[in-house]
Design a binder for this molecule. Sequence first.
Ligand SMILES: Cc1cc2nc3c(=O)[nH]c(=O)nc-3n(C[C@H](O)[C@H](O)[C@H](O)COP(=O)(O)OP(=O)(O)OC[C@H]3O[C@@H](n4cnc5c(N)ncnc54)[C@H](O)[C@@H]3O)c2cc1C
Length: 601
Amino acid sequence: MPSYTAPTRDTRFIINEMLDLESYAELPGFEAASADVTDAVINEGGKFCAEVLAPINQSGDQEGCTRHEDGSVTAPKGFKEAFDQFREAGWGTLSQPEEFGGQGMPHVLGFAFEEFVSSANQAFGMYPGLTNGAVSALLAKGSQEQKEKYLPKMISNEWTGTMNLTEPHCGTDLGMIRTKAELQADGSYAITGTKIFISAGEHDMADNIIHLVLAKTPGAPDSTKGISLFVVPKFLVEEDGSIGERNGVVCGSIEHKMGIHGNATCVLNYDGAKGWLVGEENKGLAAMFIMMNAARLGVGIQGLSQAEVAYQNAVAYALDRRQGRALTGPAEPEQQADPIFVHPDVRRMLMDAKAFTEGMRALCLWGALQVDLSHKAATEEEREQADMLIGLLTPVIKGYGTDKGYEVATNMQQVFGGHGYIEEWGMSQFVRDARIAQIYEGTNGVQAMDLCGRKLAQKGGAAVQAFFKVVGEDIAEAKGDETLAPLAEAMEKALGQQQAATMWFMQNAMQNPNHLGAGAHHYMHIMGIVTLGWMWLRMAKVAQAALAAGTDDKAFYEAKLTTARYYMDRYLPDAGALRRKLETGSDSMMALGEDAFATAA
Ligand SMILES: Cc1cc2nc3c(=O)[nH]c(=O)nc-3n(C[C@H](O)[C@H](O)[C@H](O)COP(=O)(O)OP(=O)(O)OC[C@H]3O[C@@H](n4cnc5c(N)ncnc54)[C@H](O)[C@@H]3O)c2cc1C
């Protein structure tokens, strides 16, 4: 069976040293997050995930969820009990507002814990994860009455939440939604329609499920401008907060899918179910975007999480499995063969994984800090800057993070040779579970278009200019340090590639929008490569300072510097290759007609 240990040392390094969370102590919510509290949350959270959630990951994958004839669904063995423990320990309340029963801690801590949960058991983590997304939408757009009715029980995880966008004929293009919402005399709406692929849509782990559903009212524009958001509980909630009648929503079936078997992916049939409008009529997509942005960061973390757990198991295997000899001569001559860890090609895969996971962890936690700062920073200017940066980087965290997360998980499976392909080793599950993160919450192609078609141009390019400025400043500072200068120079070149690609879009995409569509995915990867490089530069700076100060933990900081160098050597050059591909435009890509794709008779 595969194993999992939460990477608490690295998480503490990023939070306490790289982000220096304590330096924000004067901001609301941060005062409670002293280094001691942070360390305790990380260590205890990591232990909970390793001891309670990881042991039911593989069994959950094998058993899957079961739908019964009455439409009820049972989660795999052990999930309900684990969720009881999760709820009792209050893990879901970490970064939620105190007003509704949360602990009001910075999102940085919530995100750190989310990584551990997802590495230990991604399918399980989606039940509280989707609840968090639904909570964000209600917090932002719900009425006071709705907030009081639903939020305390959702935040305590007595109830869970879902998001209902997708229908059989529409996924990306939500303007085509057909689910109807008709106003009733009592002010509620009757919701009728079919939603598919609804994660955590039905289960036995909580007393109620609060569905957030996109639907159209009669006469609304038949486009994204006519979508409204509704809250539709599985069980109606009485005035006193107790659970009432069963609402008209049932699970018609659950999907048989490639991975995340422990999470119930449901077809939900709404048959005149009672729902209530959240926010304004026809403004549902904007409300849902709040939920989706929170969820997209969560999905980026899933990319990291599967890469991390796969990496941990691949390292253990590479140290244990003996095949062949080191190219430089036997490393362990007394043995019949050396551990495969000695082979550069195996080391290439492990170093790629190490450089990605540590860099991506830094990016996710830095991103979480921007979410906090966008609400809580002292000045309007700082709040705007944080909001702009996290808005720009959300599609990168989701799209690049999950593309690379999947690639790393596959490479870690490769380290196992044929054994990686055999289910009992568990590597296949990591690959299968990682795969969905590239698809849901908007496919990665759609993330790339969000980045290039919307975010780059917003406010006359202010966000990307702000990004170039902060990265450029860190590069300039690092150039003044003898150890960091080579890293900074490599980063300067990579940033130049991104700037050139941005300029190419500016000069060519207006005249032919297909040029933008053809290069968007490459651009998202260029930006991912540069952003992780920036994180590595920042980590290297902290490591360098710790070594100069005579740290006791020399090996940890030296490894950071070496991995930073590896990242600059091995990841950054791809930015140039991708830029050159992007600059070929869309001509050869879009030139052939349908006939040319037809299979020859
Ligand atoms: C396991 C699982 C769980 C899910 N959970 C949920 C959930 O909880 N709630 C929910 O509402 N949905 C959920 N989904 C649905 C998921 O979000 C959609 O599958 C996804 O958004 C893509 O929609 P689609 O499948 O209809 O693909 P399509 O929209 O048909 O896309 C097909 C292909 O065309 C590309 N494409 C489409 N439009 C464009 C465009 N404009 N520009 C460029 N490329 C484009 C896409 O990138 C993709 O490669 C889940 C799906 C799965 C498989």
